[in-house]
Unconditional design. Structure first.
Length: 188
């Protein structure tokens, strides 16, 4: 009887999905303004991941922006994508005015609408919380030796596909494990 063997490709795919789960935990436990958690997360792979890549290609053609096409290839070549979004239409209740309104009440009364890529206006503190969650997730991937890159174009395609329906802003982190990172040595 021969010893059990797990082929590298299968083991790496399983490990990437386990790493993705740990990235979601890092995003969830990242510090939030006032301890209020308005971060939304998910792991996307398979056909849903490819749908994001296809939407990005479509956006590249519509907008004549090569970056969408380049990033779509990265998504297609990735094992999975982590989506991290925020409920940016909510406020932190600090009346800071960074959103452009006199106070949070004025901000809350303003109708949020889909602009070019995201819904707005967005509370600065919800955007900061999103950034901290993204950094925590990317750090976790890095500690686990999983190649990754935070990409706004992934997030806007996911938002248009309604992948995190309660999010007003989404960013994506494609992840992979190849002999060389596919996210940094690439054409402009």
């Amino acid at each position: 009887m021969s010893p059990p063997v797990i082929e590298s490709k299968k083991a790496e795919k399983e490990a990437i999905l386990e790493a993705a789960k740990l990235m979601l935990i890092a995003a969830r436990t990242a510090p939030k303004t006032g301890g209020i958690d308005d971060i939304l997360t998910s792991i996307v792979y398979g056909k849903d991941k490819d749908a994001i890549a296809n939407k990005m290609k479509q956006m590249a053609e519509q907008r004549k922006i090569k970056g969408f096409k380049r990033d779509a290839k990265n998504v297609k070549d990735s094992e999975a994508v982590i989506l991290i979004g925020a409920r940016g239409g909510k406020t932190a209740g600090l009346n800071c005015g960074a959103c452009g309104f006199e106070n949070c009440k004025e901000f809350e009364e303003t109708k949020k609408k889909l602009r070019k890529d995201f819904f707005g206006p967005t509370c600065l503190f919800k955007a900061l919380d999103l950034g901290i969650a993204l950094g925590s997730a990317a750090k976790t991937a890095s500690l686990l030796n999983v190649d990754n890159r935070v990409m706004y174009r992934v997030g806007t395609a996911a938002l248009k596909l309604k992948m995190l329906p309660k999010a007003t802003v989404i960013m994506g982190i494609p992840i992979s494990a190849k002999g060389k990172s596919i996210y940094f040595d690439r054409p402009r």
